[in-house]
Design a protein around this ligand. Sequence first.
Ligand code: ASP
Length: 343
Amino acid sequence: MRKRVYIVYTGGTIGMISTPDGYVPAPGYLAEQIAAMPELKSELMPEVEIHEYDPLLDSSNMTPGDWHKIADDIAAHDEQYDGFIVLHGTDTMAYTASALPFMLHGLRKPVILTGSQIPLCQIRNDARANLITAMMIAANFPVPEVCLYFGQQLLRGCRSVKVSASGFEAFASPNLPPLGDVGVDIRIHWDLVLPPSAESGLHVQELKPVNVGALRLWPGISAQIVRNLLQPPLTGLVLEAYGVGNGPTNNHDFLAALQEATDRGVVIVDCTQCLKGSVNLEGYATGSALAKAGVISGFDMTAEAALAKLVYLFSQKRTVAEIRELMQTNLRGELTMQQAKRN
Ligand code: ASP
């Protein structure tokens, strides 16, 4: 019996065609290309069903509503398929790959996001290899996680970041080794893979409209701008700070703006601007002052994962204290436990 894989086609470069205005998604084109692939006749390849979304999106236009559509679609087809592929633009793929693990409760099958830097319509492309290998992994390697496959690496979705605007190795998971490497063989590092969920039945945690944001510190940042951003309706902020989570703490207005906001219940999560490594708010006075102002550590979470987690947690009926606690707790392998000492 051949395995069965459900392909959610949301848009992105992989299925785009060239026009005078640049690449645009073309309805029907990708399904035609896949149907014509000789590789699909191999016994090693799964039977596939493609669900093409309307409209097909450049992922720069995606919103949490689109994450929802994908999660609901996967949950509705969970019983009938061995694995899932989400074809997605690369620009916001790491955000969707970060949100889906939180939303999909009870996941026991692989969900693999992939796409490409060059579309299938071009003679030289990375689309074909990414697509075929993602299909083989989804069918034959039962990794029960939301993953991102790109440029010969299988990454945990909620650890992934886009690191190259044009290279074929466009994604990395700087704080977690790849879950799999693809060369002559497909090697899954099972010791890193999370066990299947103990919950029975896949269901989706509903996302509600929430007011969260991100702010990158820079040496000339104005306290007034920080204060303005922290005004209602904002409820959660990912503060992209320096190094191990430090900020300009000689700026008393800046600190006061943070303190006023956390006193009002705004959850401010400190993530590092560095690609690699963890926040440690006890390392420097410029970090501990942020903690004293009520900022919590995002440890080694990516900003993408921290934002998605804020959306997920603020969508539920939870107190601010619970959200602060859960932001510092490993829920889906998005942060490293040893480093997760509570502030
Ligand atoms: N702008 C495209 C998108 O994210 C880029 C890509 O797919 O690589 O949809």
